[in-house]
Design a protein around this ligand. Structure first.
Ligand SMILES: C[S@@+](CC[C@H](N)C(=O)[O-])C[C@H]1O[C@@H](n2cnc3c(N)ncnc32)[C@H](O)[C@@H]1O
Length: 311
């Protein structure tokens, strides 16, 4: 196994997290109460929502970051209430809208002994499951409320997992720290890909892997702007995809070519792209019946498997 010489003597999640420059870190093997003591994370109290109106002179990226973070601080409790049971299925390791189990898709492969970074971990069920399977896992998220849920989920369990409050647009880790980075509709859905993809590449070792489940460009072409509904008619031009301003979040949509060029410019080769096609009886915890019908006709999500190129 390739080992970054700088980390040879720091092989667990706590040491990796301690070495990073994040403002807030929550390390494994300490009790939840200890972690909460003196920390500025408030796990149970919802934060007050900040205004989403654009500020003068603010870039679209900053505006999106502020709006999206406010959304997650505000909706973490309801998201957790609604999706906790579904996210626990398949041992916490399943992908995307249709919760396709990792043990079927095998996108991450053998994780034992691997240093793994989850980008936008939410309540960190994925990271916890990976740590239990022998990985050294770090989950990052910008939302204190979401990390509060993660602390509760992890509790006092002994695991090789650490949580860090940070944005995927600016990772507080050294170059070539991780073997695998991944994201299941986490940070890469909400942050600016021009920042997150190069950052993911930077912190991966040569031949390291990035796996991400995210919305398909097709979904954005059909998404009705104010209704959170999918139309069967195109809603916008393909070539003018960019920042899309939904009522609660801003998301940056790229074309298929846009993604492939960005991956290549960031030093990745595309190993695979899965477009999930649900069966007639499949149900999605994230879609209503109309959305489920839509997603039987068009791919709603892309599961990208990338490898950091060494040539
Ligand atoms: C839909 S949740 C997904 C989390 C997890 N996969 C799950 O299904 O519970 C999206 C997460 O991404 C986080 N997020 C959004 N933008 C982020 C950013 N720029 N950096 C890190 N995390 C971010 C949010 O705070 C939220 O916890």
């Amino acid at each position: 196994m390739w080992v970054n010489p700088a980390l040879r003597h720091r092989s667990n999640a706590n040491q990796l997290a301690c070495a990073c420059k994040a403002e807030e870190r929550y390390l494994s093997r300490r009790s939840l109460r200890d972690q909460m003591r003196g920390s500025r994370v408030v796990a149970t109290k919802p934060s007050r929502r900040t205004g989403n109106a654009p500020r003068r002179g603010e870039s679209l990226r900053r505006q999106a970051a502020r709006k999206n973070r406010a959304f997650w601080e505000h909706s973490a409790i309801s998201y957790e209430r609604r999706h906790a049971a579904g996210l626990e299925k398949h041992g916490g390791m399943a992908w995307g809208f249709w919760r396709r189990p990792e043990n079927q898709l095998q996108l991450l492969g053998d994780v034992r002994g691997k240093r793994i970074l989850e980008l936008g971990c939410g309540a960190a069920r994925w990271s916890l499951a990976l740590a239990r399977r022998g990985a050294v896992a770090i989950g990052i998220d910008t939302s204190r409320e979401q990390l509060g849920h993660a602390l509760r989920v992890v509790g006092t369990q002994r695991s090789n997992l650490a949580l860090v409050r940070a944005s995927a647009e600016e990772l507080p880790f050294k170059d070539a720290t991780f073997d695998i980075a991944f994201c299941d509709f986490g940070a890469l859905t909400f942050a600016d890909p021009d920042r997150t993809i190069p950052e993911a590449s930077r912190v991966l070792r040569p031949r390291g892997r990035l796996v991400c489940a995210q919305s398909s460009p097709l979904r954005f072409l059909f998404e009705i702007e104010n209704g959170d509904r999918l139309s069967s008619r195109l809603q916008r031009d393909y070539f003018s995809l960019g920042w899309l301003h939904f009522p609660e979040t801003d998301e940056r949509a790229l074309t298929y070519a846009g993604w492939i060029h960005l991956f290549r410019e960031s030093g990745f080769v595309v190993e695979d792209l899965l477009e999930t096609c649900p069966g007639p009886n499949d149900r999605s915890p994230y879609l209503d019946r109309h959305g489920e019908r839509w997603a039987r006709h068009w791919p709603i999500e892309c599961l990208w498997s990338l490898r950091k190129d060494t040539s």
